[in-house]
Ligand binder design. Structure first.
Ligand SMILES: NC(=O)c1ccc[n+]([C@@H]2O[C@H](COP(=O)([O-])OP(=O)(O)OC[C@H]3O[C@@H](n4cnc5c(N)ncnc54)[C@H](OP(=O)(O)O)[C@@H]3O)[C@@H](O)[C@H]2O)c1
Length: 249
């Protein structure tokens, strides 16, 4: 049987693609031949720099503003990405995420809601929207960026841990619902990765607790996402791939 063309005739959308892990994923998918929509919320300049770097490397990308926690942002983000890049979103990486850390007795409603709305509900709404085009095309790749904190407890992150654990079970459930349509849904669970999110957290005690004795890089997470988005990963679905130097093992 001849190999179908890959990437398929569509585009990739990376939420929170303007910095950190998302920026590395956007660059990696562009290098794999995907036209990439780089979503951001507040960092227009950072997103423009990611797009410029992709174009300088010979790829295609556009920046698209949209708060993933805002239900009204979903359709405009998809419409802009699909009209600018000329095809349906056939690879979606739900990467946008925030932390609002506090111990549970002190955790405010606002801190709880902000993290759940961004890290979990946003991923649900973007996935639901992307599945329309993917199921029509009978091909698609969705990768949700979870966390080791969705698998084991981290004090001060009840909101974040609940969101990431929810994201993992959402991933598994969506995966079995759409598997027969050629769409895969997987999660990547990073441990401690050097980005803006973690720069104040990573110190000697933390590094000592990681079996690999170092933090990871955004490129190491992006490499796993690139695999899950690739044609070679067509039979991998509902999986949670830890990228954590052995922290969760
Ligand atoms: N770093 C780690 O060690 C680690 C470990 C496990 C999991 N993760 C997960 O990996 C993902 C990326 O983390 P990171 O460390 O790369 O974070 P980061 O450096 O803080 O970057 C976060 C990205 O998300 C975007 N974003 C935040 N809120 C958004 C919203 N409401 N709508 C759209 N975009 C939004 C930001 O864009 P703006 O600047 O425009 O807001 C930025 O591009 C997150 O889901 C995080 O939970 C990270």
């Amino acid at each position: 049987m001849p190999e179908p063309a890959w990437p398929p005739a569509g585009c990739a959308l990376v939420t929170g693609g303007s910095r950190g892990i998302g920026a590395a994923i956007a660059a990696g998918l562009a290098a794999d031949g995907w036209p990439v929509a780089v979503n951001y919320n507040a960092g227009a300049q950072a997103a423009a720099e990611v797009v410029a770097a992709i174009e300088a490397a010979g790829g295609r990308a556009v920046a698209v503003q949209g708060d993933v926690a805002d239900r009204a942002a979903v359709d405009p983000v998809f419409h802009y990405a699909e009209s600018e890049l000329g095809g349906p979103v056939l690879a979606l990486v739900n990467n946008a995420g925030i932390t609002r850390d506090n111990l549970t007795p002190s955790l405010s409603d606002g801190e709880w809601e902000a993290v759940i709305d961004t890290n979990l509900t946003g991923a649900f709404r973007f996935t639901r929207r992307a599945l329309k085009g993917m199921m029509r095309a009978r091909v698609g790749r969705i990768v949700n960026i979870a966390s080791v904190t969705g698998l084991r407890a981290n004090p001060g992150q009840a909101n974040y841990g609940a969101a990431k654990a929810g994201l993992i079970q959402f991933t598994r459930t969506a995966a079995v619902e759409v598997a027969r349509r050629g769409v895969t849904v997987n999660a990547v669970a990073p441990g401690f990765i050097v980005t803006d999110m973690t720069q104040e957290l990573i110190g000697p005690d933390l590094l000592a607790a990681i079996p690999a004795k170092r933090a990871g890089t955004a490129a190491e997470v992006a490499a796993c996402v690139r695999f899950l988005v690739s044609q070679q990963a067509s039979y991998v679905t509902g999986a949670v791939l830890a990228v954590d130097g052995g922290l969760g093992a």
